[in-house]
Design a protein around this ligand. Structure first.
Ligand SMILES: C[S@@+](CC[C@H](N)C(=O)[O-])C[C@H]1O[C@@H](n2cnc3c(N)ncnc32)[C@H](O)[C@@H]1O
Length: 295
């Protein structure tokens, strides 16, 4: 069962063999090391984030095991723990305030389809997904999906909105992706993480960017930011703490032989978070609207 906001809070007994103390160094539970000064993003482009290794990262574990970890709806993002709503649906409900009923949505980095299915069911949207992961692509059989690197993806039709649910952080060159969307996509909605200074988190194949960098990238690609919300620290804490608590309790039921690939990296993150009283990054939600055409 997915936890509700009432099933709080730090240092619970879900983590075996891990005493409740602040043994973890640094301020970023994702495990990245702080960078000095500003980061030149272009240095990352050729390096770490090739199609092959992000695909591998998301495709090593079987979808059966991911269902056991994430639950049947297969959302793979932090939930929003308020009321008695399913917290993972609730996070997409929050996004959906920028999405019209019956509109066309491009889900950029759609995972196994949790957010897409929510929008299809609750907003009657016509959703197309894009994922770099071959196994995620093969798993989805209920909406149109492309197995492609977003950096090379040129939409073949008009979309009212493109959503990035915790996938923006994987992009090595977001401006390339936004420029490719500009001709066909009116609105961009991003739910992701920020740090005060842009920082690379190698283990997860992520670059967690600063608020300014995200806004600048969109502006450079013809999108004007209309809404930006940085969640309060307590909301972010509950979101990360309770989501990882739920995932960890599911991971702990898997046989040891299945604790490999990303699931084992996720397990490490979950354990760290359960022992930590502070989350080093901010969760944000952003909506940008097309202001210019690039063509
Ligand atoms: C944390 S998961 C989020 C999945 C989904 N949005 C959700 O919330 O359930 C990140 C997703 O981004 C996708 N992704 C990462 N880099 C990508 C790229 N360059 N092109 C396409 N998809 C990418 C991964 O395959 C994965 O589906």
């Amino acid at each position: 069962m997915v936890p509700s906001s009432s099933s709080k809070r730090p240092c619970s007994s879900v983590v075996e063999h891990s005493p409740c103390k602040r043994a973890v160094k640094g301020s970023n539970p994702f495990g990245g090391s702080p960078c000095e000064g500003s980061v030149n993003l272009s240095i990352y482009i050729e390096r770490f984030f090739t199609m092959q290794n992000i695909d591998e990262f998301y495709s090593t574990n079987s979808s059966k095991n991911w269902e056991k970890v994430l639950g049947d709806k297969m959302h793979y993002h932090f939930g929003l723990f308020e009321d008695e709503l399913d917290p993972f649906d609730n996070a997409i409900l929050e996004i959906s305030q920028f999405i019209e009923n019956n509109s066309k949505v491009l889900d950029c980095g759609c995972g196994w389809g949790g957010p897409a299915r929510y929008l299809i069911k609750n907003k009657q949207c016509d959703v197309t997904g894009v994922t770099i992961s071959k196994s995620q692509h093969d798993y989805v059989n209920d909406f149109r999906v492309f197995n492609q690197d977003l950096h090379n993806f040129i939409p073949d039709q008009h979309y009212d909105s493109a959503i990035f649910v915790e996938s923006y952080c994987h992009l090595s060159d977001p401006e390339k992706v936004f420029r490719n969307l500009n001709k066909q996509v009116d609105n961009i909605i991003i739910k992701d993480y920020n740090l005060p200074k842009t920082e690379e988190v190698k283990k997860w194949g992520m670059i967690i960017r600063s608020e300014n960098d995200v806004k600048e990238q969109l502006k450079n690609c013809g999108y004007e930011v209309k809404f930006y919300k940085k969640y309060k620290k307590e909301v972010t804490y509950d979101s990360v703490f309770l989501s990882t608590k739920y995932w960890l309790s599911n991971i702990q039921k898997l046989p040891t032989k299945d604790l490999n690939g990303q699931i084992s990296i996720l397990k490490d993150l979950c354990v760290i978070v359960q022992n930590y009283k502070k989350i080093g990054f901010d969760l944000f939600l952003l909506h940008a609207q097309k202001s210019d055409k690039f063509f």
